[in-house]
Design a protein around this ligand. Structure first.
Ligand code: SAM
Length: 443
């Protein structure tokens, strides 16, 4: 989400104020830090980065420094107190105003701050997208109204709101025209998307997917992050009905223990979660499932932790994200009694990560000799004479092939599985060039 926000912010500054991005930040006239506060570590990094920039500002007093995102939203004024050389502070919902904020700070020579959640959507104020490459993110909803006891997002990004149907479809259409072939629909709880179309009919997330699949050029649709409470039967069926919808779902569970889930205020049980997975697999037996886990939540016992490990085995999760619980100021869980030693929490995290890696390696091994549809993204990192792309379950595959395939889907047979990637060989391509050859030969 932050990557998407940063790229939109840059596009907006380029289009409206004539800025250019640079690869040498020490020479920049404007430095922007887009921050995340979901865990403490990310928050700590903000001030150490600002400390480095302070030296540059001492050498060049004209340099403008802006801090945005969730730390800005949470800390507000106190950023200016702790780092008085910062010129302006903006929140996740006001980044479309940054160009004006820079101008205002230059003119007034005083810091400014705007961390409001304005009624008018920022999306209406942002310029059309300009992308390079076959994959792009599209934010469709923002904020969160679930108020899990550990999570800071509702306080920093505001409550859930969905972007208008028209603007989402227009953005994807424009991206497809620029050569984008894979879209990842983004949201804190992307499947909570709910709006109306131009006739006032309800468009929920599953309905939106049906419209997106009709857009010419979009050959693969992904979405992240979905929430179990919003995982409807229609969405499970969409995975069967929409061939371009990737056979992969990232569905955060956080814990396998009902006691912990209740204290997290997730409002579902382990059994509810397993029902969702069973329903999805009844429609798509091969679908890959990944998740988020929080380890060491206050009061988590060894038996709670075992419940999580059992759930991992039962579902057979693919590559997933796992985090040590990090108390966030202002959230209910930050007040919970938490007496497990950090060393024990770290041990549990490492056990959990090993368990997930074992499953992920088994899934990679089971892909050997299978044929995977791969969107070719570019030249391989290690071998410049090879190209690479991703499978539906998000594995990087490297293979020999011409650069002309970049931006196209090809069928690749998997010949080798490595810890972090796969190798393969092209067996078929949907490229126009090959299709034309084939027509010529068959005549
Ligand atoms: N909205 C999704 C949901 O709750 O199902 C997830 C979005 S959240 C911004 C991304 C992930 O960060 C969460 O799934 C959770 O695992 C992790 N996370 C959030 N707050 C955390 C905290 N206080 N400590 C550790 N991890 C946290």
């Amino acid at each position: 989400m932050n990557e998407y926000d940063s790229s939109r912010l840059v596009e907006s500054l380029v289009a409206s104020h004539g800025y250019k991005s640079t690869s040498t930040p020490e020479n920049a006239s404007l430095l922007l830090l887009n921050t995340c506060s979901v865990r403490e570590k990310a928050q700590e990094k903000v001030f150490s980065q600002l400390g480095r920039w302070r030296k540059w500002k001492m050498d060049n007093p004209e340099l403008m420094i802006g801090v945005g995102g969730c730390v800005a939203s949470q800390e507000g004024e106190s950023i200016l107190k702790r780092a008085p050389y910062v010129d302006f502070v903006f929140g996740p919902q006001t980044y479309h105003r940054v160009g004006d904020m820079v101008q205002q700070s230059i003119n007034s020579r005083r810091p400014s701050i705007d961390i409001t959640f304005p009624e008018i959507e920022k999306f209406d104020c942002l310029p059309p997208r300009r992308v390079d490459g076959p994959r792009a993110f599209v934010s469709i909803m923002e904020g969160c109204s679930k108020y899990c006891s550990f999570c800071v997002v509702p306080y920093t990004r505001g409550e859930e709101y969905s972007r208008s149907f028209d603007s989402v479809i227009t953005e994807i259409y424009e991206l497809a025209e620029q050569g984008v072939r894979e879209i990842t629909l983004l949201g804190q709880n992307v499947n909570a998307y709910r709006t109306v179309d131009y006739l006032g009919r309800l468009v929920d997330f599953a309905t939106l997917l049906k419209y997106v699949k009709e857009i010419d050029g979009i050959g693969r649709i992904r979405y992240t992050t979905s929430h179990p409470l919003e995982f409807t039967d229609a969405l499970a069926k969409a995975h069967q009905e929409i061939p371009s919808l990737a056979q992969h779902v990232h569905l955060p569970v956080q814990s396998g223990s009902n006691e912990v889930l209740a204290r997290m205020k997730r409002r579902y049980t382990r059994e509810n979660y397993l029902d969702i997975i069973a329903n999805l697999r009844s429609h798509c037996p091969e679908i890959s499932i990944s998740s988020d886990f929080i380890v060491g939540f206050p009061g988590e016992t060894e038996s709670d932790f075992q419940d999580t490990l059992d759930l991992i085995d039962e579902v057979g999760f693919d590559h997933s994200f796992s985090f040590l619980y990090s108390p966030r100021p202002g959230t209910p869980a930050a007040e919970y009694k938490d007496d497990a030693p950090v060393t024990e929490k770290k041990r549990r995290l490492s056990v959990l990560q090993n368990r997930i890696s074992t499953h992920a390696s088994q899934i990679s091994a089971s892909m050997l000799n299978s044929t995977q549809n791969v969107l070719v993204e570019g030249v391989s990192k290690r071998r410049p004479n090879e190209i690479c792309g991703r499978t539906e379950n998000n594995r990087v595959v490297n293979f020999e092939g011409s650069k002309k395939y970049i931006g196209q889907f090809v069928d690749v047979r998997i010949t080798m599985n490595m810890p972090n990637s796969l190798r393969g060989m092209i067996i078929n391509s949907n490229s126009q060039e090959l299709q034309i050859n084939w027509i010529v030969q068959s005549r």
